[in-house]
Design a protein. Structure first.
Length: 319
């Protein structure tokens, strides 16, 4: 007689909603796809279009070539600027070389650029809350002359920052920051500079805020939280930090199902699963399928917010 099949242990999976692609990421990916359809391969892309290895690899297979700087692009092929935005010098160079370029900058990042320009035109010194070296920060600082924008990364930075004129400053922020961390930095700035000018509307984008709130919701009921996203994705890294702050020590960022370590789940009854704003849904399903190899999985969707935002494609690609 054959041995009886082993009964799989039960595991509840709390699936955060919203998760995965935001409107800006979706638009940026569509711009690359449609550019390849319209102009043929190759289409060049300056910097990773979004911070996800799987998305980048799929677009490479379709005919996208990813480069870091414009001088790596031939003048006779289209080039797409990434969703994170670029310094003003980049489109200026493209124009001077008579290149066909398509700007996939997220409209919510462009909003920050407009705000920074408005404050600069009003004669204010600008504080940018963000992470040094992140392409969005590089792009925002590159909207204005050198020295016009001061970067602040931490509460301590805010406490020691010395403006030229304490009565004439403004702040803007990177769109993918921790909501809670940023609130602390803003509070420190306002304590020191009560008249500091703020954005008309919060610069941290709706998708970042919603995904962090969704993680808080599932973390409260989870033994383990898995965040699907790439290590260079700011918003994905923030989701892990949020889960840990909510008391989940076993919160992990994984690229895909192959990076799942089952030792994290030893003794767990409930696992929370979410994905950063640049991670495709197929990766989420892959993680659930891998869990189902060892556990009797019950998936429960946890709705924290509903998203209806969409952004139009550039006119040249629309239709």
């Amino acid at each position: 007689m054959s041995e009886p099949s082993q009964v799989k242990p039960a595991l509840k999976v709390l699936l955060a909603t919203p998760r995965g692609f935001c409107a800006g990421v979706d638009r940026a990916i569509q711009i690359v796809e449609r550019a390849i359809q319209k102009y043929g391969a190759p289409v060049y892309v300056r910097h990773e279009i979004v911070h996800n290895r799987h998305v980048v690899d799929r677009l490479k297979a379709l005919g996208a070539i990813f480069v870091e700087e414009l001088d790596e692009c031939p003048v006779d092929r289209p080039v797409v600027f990434s969703a994170h935005g670029v310094p003003k010098a980049v489109p200026a160079e493209a124009k001077s070389r008579k290149m066909l370029y398509l700007d996939a900058t997220c409209p919510l990042v462009s909003k920050v650029h407009v705000e920074a320009q408005r404050h600069y035109d009003a004669g204010r010194e600008i504080v940018l809350i963000g992470h040094a070296g992140h392409p969005e920060v590089v792009g925002t600082m590159g909207q204005l002359p050198d020295g016009a924008v001061a970067l602040i990364e931490t509460v301590e930075d805010a406490r020691v920052f010395t403006p030229r004129d304490a009565a004439n400053i403004a702040f803007v922020t990177q769109t993918t920051l921790s909501v809670d961390d940023t609130a602390g930095i803003v509070a420190a700035l306002r304590e020191r500079f009560p008249t500091i000018a703020a954005p008309h509307k919060d610069d941290i984008c709706y998708a970042t805020t919603n995904r962090q709130e969704a993680v808080k919701t599932i973390a409260a009921k989870s033994d383990v939280v898995l965040v699907i996203g790439s290590a260079n994705s700011s918003n994905s890294v923030r989701l892990v930090e949020v889960a840990k702050r909510e008391g989940v020590s076993q919160a992990h960022l994984i690229d895909d199902a192959t990076k799942l370590d089952f030792s994290w789940i030893d003794g767990a009854a409930t696992v929370g699963v979410t994905a950063g704003a640049s991670a495709p849904e197929v990766l989420v399903q892959g993680v659930i399928d891998r869990l189902a190899e060892r556990f009797a999985v019950e998936v429960v969707e946890v709705d924290a917010a509903r998203e209806t935002v969409s952004f139009k494609l550039p006119r040249v690609l629309a239709g």
